[in-house]
Design a protein around this ligand. Structure first.
Ligand SMILES: [Zn+2]
Length: 279
């Protein structure tokens, strides 16, 4: 009797899992041919991105810069990167995004991010490493690719699948159903968790090509990461703590450089100015 009840519950959960897998798609990254496991629909991912963006900007501690010296270069670079994205293999998604960019006045935070749906934030603290608009393009190209390549959705899907697997095990072993809570947590905070090394590398590669297409010198990406490595001595800044292993990263960027340079030579060149200095 007891066994039958447990077996029934296990079968029900397993069916749910199979339905879930069936609904889910497997996509292929158009640049790297890497296959992606995606459980959540794009609409939900974009909804989560928009929600996280509103939350981040409504935080009373967040100061939004209105200083044209800080805002204008970021907007200029964003505009060109977005235009390049709309001509890229991600054209359809880039067209569907409601893009927005915010400069956050925080000279101590070396960070930038782009959320699903095309919401971008750049912190003034990253200006010294970005140095000029080429460097800013390297950073923003990278971040925008995380959103375009659906890395957030993939990460949430992995968490959800792992947790569903745990749930099956939970039922089979008749343990307490804690897995569901974990799955909910992964969905809720998924958009702001750090990316895996594979996602980082993919964002570096496609971001490099995207910045080059937008008319920014891709060679600055190498210099940028060298500056990042330099400034991380004595404790990593935020941007680096979620973007690890800069030696490998610089080597990879050099390997991809000929392809990026070929694109840069074909592109109409962007105007480059230095970024404003901060304290
Ligand atoms: Zn990244």
């Amino acid at each position: 009797m007891y066994f039958r009840k447990t077996a029934k519950r296990a079968i029900r959960t397993l069916t749910l899992f199979l339905v879930f897998i069936n609904v889910a798609g497997c996509a292929t990254n158009p640049y790297t041919d890497r296959s992606q496991f995606l459980l959540i629909p794009e609409s939900q991912e974009v909804h989560m991105g928009n929600k996280a963006y509103a939350q981040a900007l409504n935080d009373p501690k967040v100061v939004i810069s209105k200083n044209p010296a800080e805002v204008d270069p970021v907007k200029r670079v964003a505009e060109r990167i977005i235009a390049a994205a709309k001509q890229s293999k991600y054209a359809k998604r880039a067209d569907s995004f409601q893009w927005d960019v915010t400069v956050i006045k925080n000279d101590k935070t070396k960070n930038a991010w782009a959320l699903p749906g095309g919401k971008i934030a750049v912190y003034t603290g990253i200006f010294p490493e970005a140095k000029n608009e080429n460097g800013l393009a390297a950073i923003m190209g990278h971040e925008v690719v995380h959103a375009l390549a659906r890395h957030g959705a993939e990460r949430v899907s992995q968490h959800t699948a792992a947790n569903l697997g745990m749930q099956i095990a939970t039922v089979a072993l008749d343990m307490k159903p804690i897995a569901q809570t974990l799955a909910m947590q992964a969905l809720g905070i998924g958009v702001l968790l750090p990316f895996s090394r594979g996602h980082e590398s993919e964002a570096d590669y496609i971001g490099l090509l995207l910045a080059a297409d937008a008319g920014y010198d891709p060679r600055e990406a190498v210099l940028l990461w060298e500056r990042m490595a330099e400034s991380s001595k004595g404790g990593p800044p935020e941007f680096l703590s979620t973007h690890p292993a800069h030696d490998t990263r610089i080597q990879d960027l050099r390997k991809w450089m000929p392809e990026a340079m070929a694109r840069y030579e074909r592109a109409s060149k962007a105007p480059i100015s230095p970024l404003p200095s901060i304290e």
